[in-house]
Design a protein around this ligand. Structure first.
Ligand code: JFZ
Length: 421
């Protein structure tokens, strides 16, 4: 449910997800160890190659800020188990690579300095830890390895390690705004992770922090966050993945639930050297406005290169989004579902008595607005702040990608479109 705790998050609306790790060096997919059934030995050779020569967290933060993103979530540990920070509980970490750096700390310092809220992604799955049960993960790289079959695994030992690492992140890195746990298979969800221990630490060390819903769920399964009686660890927001829900997400009581669509720029989370199927700038913008119009957030993913830079198409996309946001951000931040139904030509968002309209379709004619003229106090074009003089309630001539503000009163849902004179 929306609350004071989630207010900053719901007002932010637009964030950056960052998937960067050993897998980025292969440049195919963050699941590559699993997809190719790579042995630890093969995969771990990457550690010696991780130099991160061009990694500059300030550059990342500047790109996110310019794009208009208000929060960012970075992979502290992905499924491969490699820690992008100086964990005292393992040697399998970035500080032991040639880079010798604590990427989490650098990420946090730079993004905080840029005024961006910070979060860490932490994988519940761990393909490296000897006690992580490969049978629990149908995609575990060792699942077809006969040598791995007879291995004694002590799951409690893994859980102790995991809880210990979460404690490190909660206590050694200052205030964290989000922890993004990922993810739970249906048969390995909720209680499997001894989540109450995690929640107790969160309440003790980072009581303001938000968590996603994936201690119980995944991209498609929301866990109990939508139930009338969510569990203690149901999460503060739902995390639909690579899809936008058809309508605002509400719980069983009909109350809006904060949510965030996580979406890749191209077809991969981790860096892929040949994937050039980047979404267009206008598709991302439309998607962002769509999320806001349905009461949700968009967290757009970046997969940095092996050396730690943002690729050219990534930078271009972020820069173009930022140009649009600089003019139109007002229709995104602090806005939510409008009381009016979606118009044919685009989307409405709303903040208090202000209705925002984003024109997304080309048209040969004016754009009808389902608000009687008498109720519109003033109508402004966002790009230049100039008041639009509507000669009557039909006559708003508009252009694609332009946003308008209507200051109006007392609009009710489904207000009938007045008959043309
Ligand atoms: C998960 C990760 O596996 C992925 O690598 C990435 O980090 C993404 C943000 O989150 O993706 C998932 C998780 C669960 C499902 C699909 C993708 N699922 O259960 O279908």
């Amino acid at each position: 449910m929306s609350s004071n705790k989630t207010k900053w998050y719901e007002d932010s609306r637009f964030g950056m997800f960052i998937h960067w790790g050993l897998y980025s060096l292969i440049g195919v997919d963050e699941w590559i160890k699993s997809i190719n059934h790579m042995s630890d030995e093969d995969y771990d050779r990457l550690v010696g190659k991780f130099t991160a020569d061009q990694f500059d967290a300030d550059e990342w933060a500047a790109a996110a800020k310019q794009a208009g993103m208000k929060y960012a979530v970075f992979t502290a540990k992905h499924h491969d188990g490699f820690c992008m920070y100086d964990s005292q509980l393992t040697d399998y970490k970035s500080t032991n690579s040639p880079a010798g750096r604590d990427f989490v700390r650098e990420f946090l310092d730079a993004f905080r300095k840029a005024g961006i809220k910070v979060g860490l992604y932490y994988s519940l799955l761990d393909w490296h830890h000897p006690d992580y049960p490969h049978y629990g993960d149908i995609n575990h790289p060792q699942r077809n390895n006969p040598a791995a079959k007879g291995v004694e695994r002590n799951f409690q030992r893994y859980l102790d390690y995991m809880h210990g690492q979460i404690k490190e992140l909660l206590t050694n890195y200052g205030q964290l705004d989000i922890m993004w746990f990922d993810f739970s298979y249906p048969k390995m969800a909720g209680e499997t992770w001894q989540p109450q221990k995690i929640m107790d630490m969160i309440h003790q060390y980072q009581p303001q922090m938000l968590i996603d819903n994936r201690m119980e769920g995944s991209g498609a399964n929301y866990g109990t966050i939508l139930s009338a009686h969510p569990s203690n660890y149901a999460g503060d927001f739902a995390s639909p993945e690579q899809m936008i829900p058809p309508k605002p997400i509400v719980n069983e009581l009909g109350e809006p639930v904060p949510w965030e669509a996580c979406i890749t720029m191209n077809k991969h989370w981790g860096y892929n050297a040949t994937d050039d199927q980047f979404k267009s700038t206008s598709l991302i913008i439309h998607t962002l406005v769509e999320c806001v119009s349905k009461g949700g957030n968009l967290i757009l993913n970046v997969g940095p290169t092996p050396l730690g830079t943002f690729s050219a198409p990534t930078k271009k996309l972020l820069a173009e989004i930022g140009e649009w946001m600089a003019v139109n951000g007002e229709i995104v931040y602090g806005c939510t579902t409008a009381e009016l139904a979606k118009p044919e030509w685009g989307r409405y968002t709303q903040k208090g008595n202000t209705l925002y309209a984003h024109i997304q379709e080309e048209s040969i004619s004016a754009f009808p607005i389902a608000v009687p003229k008498e109720q519109i106090k003033q109508m402004t074009l966002l790009i230049d702040g100039i008041e639009v003089k509507a000669t009557d309630y039909w006559a708003l001539s508009a252009f694609k990608e332009y946003s308008y503000i209507f200051l109006h009163q007392d609009v009710t849902i489904g207000y009938p479109l007045p008959d043309p004179k």
